[in-house]
Design a protein around this ligand. Structure first.
Ligand code: ADE
Length: 234
């Protein structure tokens, strides 16, 4: 699977792929990462990519011309490309989106800087638009990395143990049960003893209870969804 980051600031992104799981995925050719700088497509004398907002308002907006040409170039070089824009003004990205997007062959992430991107670019080229949460970042690069990471780990072969994908938070409405490692007693803080006794049906029940407790505390609306679905399934 290929990811192309359309960004003015490649350096903000590429360090993330220099280590750990995604580095290995690139080395084993499971994923491929490329970059395209809209500035390289600017036809202005000084390679300008932004301008004051028409109609007033604070800050600069990314011009249509460099982005139209960059995205047109991408679309003509790969007709299967799926173009995703990152902006705070959009539907919030979630785990279902991550799983769905993991089936695509090639995704381009378009990151805005300054006050955003001229809306005509989004209208013409966006297959999807995502926000990663209700806060404003200085640009879309971090958001595109968040989406790319969440998608990548659902691509076959990226995670060593695909079992870990089955029981994660957000695969059901419940948050995942807490995990522990060795030692059993660390400075008088104990791993729940049931985890150690090897009775798997008891461990499953305990984990379910702990999941429900965590969900009730952190995400009560999710627990309600879970209970409603369960009562329909009865
Ligand atoms: N760009 C700036 N803030 C953002 C956010 N919350 N989500 C996606 N893109 C953004």
């Amino acid at each position: 699977m290929k990811f192309t980051f359309v960004t003015l600031f490649k350096n903000l992104i590429d360090g993330y792929f220099q280590d750990s799981i995604l580095k290995r995925a690139i080395e084993s050719s499971i994923i491929e990462v490329g970059y395209l700088n809209p500035r390289d497509f600017s036809n202005s004398r000084h390679k300008k990519v932004d301008d004051a907002a028409v109609g007033g308002g604070a800050g600069m907006v990314m011009n249509p011309q460099p982005l139209f040409e960059a995205l047109n170039y991408l679309k003509t070089s790969d007709q299967d490309i799926h173009i995703v824009f990152l902006t705070p003004v959009a539907k919030q990205f979630n785990q279902k989106d991550a799983k769905r997007l993991a089936k695509k062959k090639h995704i381009a992430f378009v990151s805005g800087r300054y006050e955003g991107i001229d809306e005509r670019v989004v209208e013409k080229y966006a297959d999807e638009v995502f926000s990663i949460g209700d806060y404003i970042l200085t640009g879309g690069e971090l958001a595109s990395l968040v989406v790319c990471d969440a998608v990548s780990r659902n691509v076959n072969g990226v995670l060593g143990n695909s079992d870990s994908l089955m029981i994660e938070s957000f695969e059901s409405e419940l948050l995942e049960a807490p995990s522990f490692s060795k030692p059993q007693n660390y400075e008088n803080n104990y791993v729940p003893s049931e985890y150690l006794k090897g009775n798997h049906s008891k461990i499953r029940l305990l984990k379910l209870a702990l999941s429900e407790g965590k969900t009730k505390f952190f995400r009560p609306e999710q627990l309600l969804k879970h209970k409603t679905r369960k009562s329909y399934e009865k």
